[in-house]
Write a protein that binds this ligand. Structure first.
Ligand SMILES: *Cc1c(COP(=O)(O)O)cnc(C)c1O
Length: 425
């Protein structure tokens, strides 16, 4: 049944059906009629397994639709999924089966992806400043594509991995991005020529240019400007004798689903496709890749947290306020509140009232606290929730990106060691 669903939904995508089927079988994926069925699925599993802990539902059907959306909207761009965003093995395997490449930033991420059988040719070691030991490790593992934006890094590569192809990372910030990266990475345009000259004297192979407009970018013009800057650096590189052949658009893509719930990249693809046509016309021998992380992970993951404590108190306005303690918080899978501007939306799941009406009669002003002893561990200081009991759950949709990836086990609450349940909507 799952295999049949897959074939129907992915008919437009040139993926290997047998590989996708193998992933669905390996993770005993449950087929769902649509993404909205995740809540009912979660509730059924909580009751059936008497769950009391945090878990994730990972929707591999959503991942497949996001992949089809990306390659459909950007036909010249091969996505290399940024592993750091959500390194969950089921998602990685699904994207590998769909034909994506991978952006790895550390030896551990490289090990995970190589261990799945992904060939090094589908991997970019996309960290501009790498520990020397990890550069040596990449060289031994045959990972021969990386990035750099300083003379020091070029010298490191020349010493420890002289045959690697290198993309020069240039700075191309979108001021509207929710997480800026240009403060740390990306050569200023004025420094690009000096870096190319240094690379040439070191005998390195500069293969092209990469950039990252910032995570959670919304301004299509940031890509237009970045691709134009990349063209200038391509021309400089070609003038110095480099075989400039690879353009990497980095990450920053955001899924903005339409009213039909289908994935959508907003105005970004039109801007990218036009800029590619203008500066890197098809047939000119330049391959284009990108490193989307958030785009693939965000709406693929749903976080479920158990309510494990409750207190009532008088609200300042005289009404009633309920505080709930839940199984995860800002040190765990909700660390995006702190690091990623996350504004979580809590959906109540009343585990112990199977016949509860969908419109609960008593909704109260509420807070959701994380499990640790830190007073700062607050998930939502003010929200409106129906009456919940210890043992009920709250569901957080769109929590796949930069959540588990950065979770810690502070205070002994083991937020990293969570269960993943795989579905296919
Ligand atoms: C984090 C990162 C990405 C992924 O960014 P998203 O905004 O999640 O798409 C891609 N490339 C590099 C180099 C990164 O550091």
């Amino acid at each position: 049944m799952v295999a049949q669903l897959t074939r129907q939904r992915l008919l437009a995508s040139p993926c290997e059906f047998s590989e996708v089927d193998a992933v669905l079988a390996q993770y005993s994926v449950t087929p769902l009629p649509g993404p909205a069925a995740v809540a009912d699925f979660a509730l059924a599993r909580i009751r059936e397994l008497a769950l009391e802990e945090t878990f994730f539902v990972v929707d591999l059907g959503m991942a497949a639709r996001l992949h089809a959306c990306f390659v459909g909207a950007l036909p010249r761009v091969t996505p290399f999924y940024a592993v750091k965003c959500m390194p969950e093995p089921g998602l990685l395997r699904m994207l590998a089966a769909l034909g994506a490449g991978f952006d790895c930033a550390s030896a551990a991420e490289l090990t995970a992806v190589l261990g799945m059988g992904v060939p090094p040719s589908r991997i970019i070691y996309a960290h501009p400043v790498k520990p020397p030991a990890q550069v040596r490790w990449a060289a031994e593992s045959g990972v021969d594509l990386t990035t750099a934006d300083t003379v020091g890094e070029l010298e490191k590569l020349a010493r420890w991995h002289p045959r690697t192809a290198v993309l020069l990372r240039i700075r191309a910030d979108d001021p509207s991005a929710s997480c800026c990266l240009g403060n740390k990475y990306g050569a200023e345009p004025i420094d690009a020529f000096g870096l190319l000259v240094a690379a040439r004297s070191l005998g390195l192979d500069i293969a092209g240019v990469c950039f990252h407009v910032g995570s959670g970018a919304t301004n299509p013009q940031a890509f237009t400007a970045a691709i134009a800057s990349a063209r200038k650096v391509f021309n400089m590189g070609a003038g110095l004798g480099f075989r400039m052949r690879l353009l990497d658009l980095g990450g920053g893509f955001v899924n903005r689903p339409g009213p039909d719930g289908l994935p959508c990249l907003g105005g970004v693809p039109a801007a990218i496709n036009a800029a590619l046509d203008a500066h890197f016309p098809d047939g000119a021998g330049v391959r284009v890749i990108a490193e989307p992380g958030r785009f693939f992970a965000e709406h693929t993951g749903t976080l479920l947290c158990a309510v494990h404590g409750k207190r009532e108190r008088a609200a300042p306005n005289g009404g009633r306020h309920v505080d709930y303690w839940i199984s995860d918080g800002i040190y765990g899978n909700l660390n995006g509140i702190y690091y990623d501007h996350l504004q979580p939306v809590a959906v109540p799941l009343r585990v112990h009232e199977p016949n509860a009406s969908p419109e609960p009669t008593t909704a109260s002003s509420s807070s959701l606290f994380g499990p640790t002893c830190d007073g700062a561990d607050v998930v939502l200081s003010s929200c409106v929730l129906p009456e919940l009991a210890v043992g009920d759950y709250v569901l957080f949709p769109g929590l796949g990106a930069y959540s588990w990836a950065g979770a810690a086990d502070f205070n002994g609450f083991t937020c990293r060691d969570v269960r993943f349940m795989h579905v296919y909507s």
